[in-house]
Design a protein around this ligand. Structure first.
Ligand code: NAI
Length: 304
């Protein structure tokens, strides 16, 4: 089965360099018309110019593809709405949205300024919310959509010095969990991608021999899979150095300790049973699963 995007219109944010550029080139190479967005600032989100996006557009056009540049900041909802309108005016629809734009403001939490926390949340979380909000009614009306949120191992598992970034990236997983449920009946599939790649974002973090393995292009096949007609829904795909994994947010079966209001000693005493994963751990289909498990165990305890 070959994946092609002929007739599809894609918006890739933050696609002037790094991972977004590779995503945009690959979508275009397989037939998508691509709106290449990039603010063109530095890795901390300072400055801006549409030239980064335009260079990628030039590369796509030189290879025979169709593309347009856009220099909006994803933090500006009016500019994001105009960006989506730009795609619709030129190509009539938007099928694929890749929320990829991002910045870093790393510091240990003790030293982190709240302004740096808020800015990182604004770019990653509200940036993705703005873009998704702007395409959502179009995707609902056309009964088709593919949306990818770029999350991170820093959010899923934590990373020293990245409290702001980790919180923002995990928020995107939460956004994906609900939108994938709400979008399902309109065939809008929403997934997350957790990449590992040598880009300006990871400069200085890893030795050169490791960086050489982490080409951004090695992540892009996972992105294309999440944008395809046959994409999964509600997945967290992980990719780096040509290895592809999947992350899950799970719920253990746990232990029913009784309805007595004060049982902290029992919780501590049975922490191993609460935590055990061998039996009954599930990947909930929605948040309701937790309550269902808890009430189910309480009812069974009352019956027995
Ligand atoms: P990058 O810095 O090369 O790319 C990010 C792009 O987003 C830049 O071109 C930048 O100009 C653009 N951008 C920043 N703020 C923007 C805004 N407000 N509006 C529009 N564009 C904006 O870094 P990289 O590594 O390619 O990152 C791409 C995505 O992947 C980011 O969301 C990042 O957090 C995520 N990521 C990257 C990892 C890695 O190992 N490189 C690991 C996990 C996640």
């Amino acid at each position: 089965m070959s994946i092609d995007f002929k007739g599809r219109v894609a918006i890739v944010t933050g696609a002037g360099g790094g991972l977004g550029k590779q995503h945009a080139l690959a979508l275009a190479a397989r037939g998508a018309k691509v709106l290449v967005n990039d603010l063109g600032g530095d890795v901390h989100g300072v400055g801006g110019s549409v030239s980064a996006a335009q260079a990628v557009v030039d590369e796509i056009r030189a290879a025979g593809g169709e593309a347009m540049a856009n220099g909006a900041s994803v933090t500006d909802f009016e500019a994001v709405k105009a960006m989506v309108q730009q795609a619709v005016d030129a190509w009539g629809r938007v099928d694929i949205l890749v929320n990829n734009a991002g910045i870093l403001r790393d510091k240990s939490f003790a030293k982190m300024e709240l302004a740096d926390f808020k800015l990182v949340m604004d770019v990653h979380v509200m940036g993705a919310v703005h873009c998704t909000k702007a395409v959502w009614p179009l995707m609902q009306a056309q009964n088709y959509g593919r949306i990818v949120m770029t999350t991170s191992s820093s959010g899923l598992y934590g990373n020293f010095g990245q409290a702001n970034y980790g919180a923002a990236k995990m928020a995107l997983a939460g956004l994906m969990q609900t939108l994938s449920i709400e979008g399902e009946k309109h065939h809008i599939r929403v997934n997350c991608l957790a990449p590992t790649a040598a880009t300006r974002m990871t400069e200085g973090l890893m030795p050169q021999a490791v960086l050489d393995l982490l080409k951004p292009e090695a992540v892009t096949p996972a992105l294309l899979a999440l944008c395809a007609d046959d994409a999964p829904n509600r997945a967290i795909a992980c990719a780096g150095a040509g290895t592809f994994e999947r992350a899950y947010i799970t719920l253990t079966q746990g232990v029913h300790l009784g309805l007595a209001p004060d049982t902290p000693e029992q919780v501590v005493a049975q922490w191993d049973e609460v935590s055990q994963r061998d039996e009954g751990e599930q990947v909930p289909a929605s948040g309701a699963a937790q309550g269902t498990n808890e009430v189910g165990q309480a009812m069974r305890a009352q019956r027995d």
